[in-house]
Ligand binder design. Structure first.
Ligand code: IMP
Ligand code: MG
Length: 189
């Protein structure tokens, strides 16, 4: 880890551990979509690193598109109110969609998105998330492909930010005590 972050961050997943797991997920998805049209939908901004690495490790043909969502909450976490701030550009109809997301936390964001893409007549909609915070779930939505189960704590790095910082780091880290956000809620996802 960079020297300047030694007092701020604690490494939870090394770059090597992440890359190994992403390779495995890519192999699994390649097997599952061997003979059906696959479309990866990355959720900006948090999933940008994960999506790039995952796509490189999927050996079956696929298209890639992005969405950006905003969710509003009471201050501590997201609520059921989700809006789309950047929509898909490719049609969903008839495609097997795999949503690529950084973290499932309360589940509100992905619950909304999964229903919405199903309404647009996707052939199927599955979820691939890098980190699953199962214990924090408020709605019943589950990922089909999970990189890591990490029950709690505010994570940064590998796409994840706190106040737009740390996204570019290649590993995943906890913010050390005293550096955590007062409100555990990134407002824009
Ligand atoms: P939810 O499942 O609707 O609560 O929203 C999950 C989203 O909240 C993720 O896609 C992240 O953008 C954000 N998020 C949740 N936990 C963290 C974290 O520990 N660090 C950074 N962003 C987080
Ligand atoms: Mg996100």
């Amino acid at each position: 880890m960079l020297m300047e972050y030694q007092d701020t961050l604690k490494e939870i997943l090394s770059p090597e551990e992440i890359q190994k797991r992403v390779r495995e997920l890519g192999e699994e998805i390649s097997r599952d979509y061997e003979s059906s049209p696959l479309m990866l939908v990355g959720i900006l901004k948090g999933a940008y690193q994960f999506l790039a690495d995952l796509s490189r490790n999927i050996t079956t043909p696929h298209t890639v598109d992005f969405m950006r969502l905003k969710s509003y909450g009471s201050g501590v976490e997201s609520s059921g109110q989700v809006t789309i701030t950047k929509d898909l550009e490719l049609p969903v109809l008839g495609n097997n969609v795999v949503i690529v997301e950084d973290i499932i936390d309360t589940g509100y964001t992905l619950d909304y998105l999964k229903k919405m893409l199903s309404l647009q007549n996707a052939a199927s909609v599955k979820i691939c998330c890098l980190v699953d915070k199962k214990e924090r779930r408020q709605v019943d939505v589950n990922a089909d492909y999970v990189g890591f189960d990490i029950p709690r704590g505010f994570l940064v790095g590998y796409g994840l930010d706190y106040d737009e910082k740390y996204r570019y780091l290649p590993g995943i880290y906890h913010l050390l005590p005293g550096h955590e956000p007062a409100n555990f809620r990134p407002s824009d996802r």
